[in-house]
Design a protein around this ligand. Structure first.
Ligand code: ASP
Ligand code: MG
Length: 477
């Protein structure tokens, strides 16, 4: 394993941190602050906020032959990017070359959209190509904006370094190849004192554009940080880090100062949308700390995610809620969980690409929780060939996460007695032993979170929680 490069900090900025000229200037000053501290930043940016959704809508429109709709969407994006560029860059040569670059990208995109609508078919490979324009554009604009602020920035086309397999829509990175490409293309720039800027989310396989899946820019940040063995990875977003629970529901929620990789991954999975769970892996393997920080409140220390957090006096670090779930009860009417029954059940979900959140089984039935509605009718129709099927929507999962619940006896008693007035359906204690989750009706979520928070965060451990700032600053979790 290579020696850590502690001076390198990989800074990933999400869509809201590059959503307009004001946000990009704020981002520039945060990066300049790291440079002043003698650090070597490498910057990874998402597409400007909402751009990915709009590109996907344009691709879908083209796929159903609605050529004019697709081009109209592309046009609004072209105007937005050009306007942002003009607000950020005044140096005439720099502005001209940036505008040419933006027009060139949009001309290419429009050709592609025309092509898709001519064939009337959108393949995953073409969809990745269309959606990649968001990060391609944001990264060139941010590079120019940094230069305008007298920072020695250098644009990197992420597709030359994030090398993946060809699973379009959710490609898997080839980490050794990425490490080699970063060493060849990015490290020399860092050594020259430059600030490399690249788009997140996108990569390539044999020269063809791929993407890492929605929310994949965090993953890019972790791959770059892991590949170069950086000293830290910073995920800049619009919240003050990970909170003890959703502050919109529980205003007393506190910032969690330090959390373990496992805890953060559990939370990400259960709806605290701050971090992409896969971010965790390349960083964990190399023991690189990840910080979640707020670009609108850069002074805030955020949340540090580490392999070995200090012990915490409170059993839980955070409580997440995942709403809009459906519970499906599958009763093996004829064959009493005969051999192979469970496999056939899971195969049906798998075939429809429907991820299962939670499972519980009894002698004659299986209950599963899913969060996709679209596939449900087809899934249930298929399941009813082998079982009696009932489903019920408007459910929610509450998930309590904490390393320190390992081995604490009676913890579930404490949890359920604090919400004894709420009707609980399925209960599971994860194999990881650091989460407890259970299912309730969606309408009970607020009440359950308030009661649990009151019970478990009455005396928060000041080494782990930011007890000084009881006033929440953020607008979403
Ligand atoms: N722009 C991509 C998305 O919206 C990737 C990201 O921002 O992480 O999914
Ligand atoms: Mg994100």
């Amino acid at each position: 394993m290579s020696t850590p490069r502690n001076h390198i900090v990989v800074m990933k900025f999400g869509g809201t941190s590059v959503e307009d000229a004001t946000a990009i200037l704020r981002t520039a000053s945060i990066v300049a602050g790291r440079l002043r501290k003698g650090l070597s930043p490498i910057v990874v940016v998402s597409a400007m906020s909402k751009v990915t959704d709009t590109l996907l809508a344009a691709a879908a429109a083209a796929g159903r032959n609605a050529r004019e709709d697709a081009l109209k969407l592309s046009d609004t994006l072209r105007t937005r990017h050009l306007n942002t560029a003009a607000e950020l860059v005044t140096n005439p040569d720099r502005l001209t070359s940036l505008q040419l670059n933006i027009h060139h990208e949009f001309d290419t995109l429009d050709d592609l959209l025309r092509g898709i609508s001519a064939v009337g078919e959108l393949t995953p490979r073409t969809s990745d190509n269309v959606v990649s324009f968001g990060e391609r554009l944001s990264s060139v604009i941010v590079t120019a904006a940094f230069a305008e602020q007298s920072m020695p920035s250098a644009h990197i086309d992420a597709r030359t370094v994030i090398l993946t397999d060809h699973h379009y829509g959710k490609a898997a990175p080839n980490e050794p190849a990425i490490e080699a490409a970063l060493t060849e293309h990015v490290l020399p720039l860092v050594d020259l004192g430059k600030v490399p800027v690249m788009g997140g989310f996108i990569g390539s396989c044999d020269g063809i554009t791929t993407t890492l899946g929605r929310g994949g820019s965090d993953y890019t940040g972790a791959l770059v940080g892991g590949g170069l063995h950086a000293g830290a990875i910073e995920i800049w977003t619009d919240v003050n880090g990970i909170m003890t629970t959703d502050p919109r529901i529980v205003p007393e929620a506190l910032r969690v100062k330090t959390i373990s990789f496992e805890e953060a991954a559990e939370l990400a999975y259960f709806g605290a949308k701050v971090l992409h769970p896969a971010t965790i892996l390349p960083a964990v393997q190399k023991n690189i700390p990840v910080f979640v920080l707020n670009s609108r409140n850069a002074e805030n220390e955020g949340t540090r995610i580490t392999a070995t957090p200090p012990p915490c006096a409170s059993p839980f670090k955070s409580i997440a809620a995942k709403k809009k779930l459906t519970i499906i009860d599958i009763v093996a009417s004829r064959m009493l969980l005969a051999h192979g029954f469970l496999k056939s059940v899971f195969d049906v979900f798998d075939k429809h690409g429907c991820a299962i959140d939670m499972v519980s089984t009894s002698e004659i039935s299986v209950s599963v929780t899913v969060d996709s509605k679209e596939a449900l009718p087809a899934i249930c129709a298929e399941l009813s060939k082998i079982a009696d099927v009932k489903y019920e929507g408007n459910k929610a999962l509450i998930c309590l996460v904490g390393e320190d619940i390992r081995g604490i006896s009676g913890i579930s008693g404490q949890v359920f007695s604090s919400i004894s007035h709420v009707n609980v359906r399925m209960i599971s204690q994860g194999a990881s032993e650091i989460n407890m989750s259970f299912m309730i009706n969606e309408e009970d979520v607020d009440e359950a979170l308030r009661s649990l928070h009151k019970n478990f965060f009455a005396n928060p451990d000041p080494t782990i929680f930011d007890v000084e700032a009881r006033v929440p600053m953020m607008d979403k979790v």
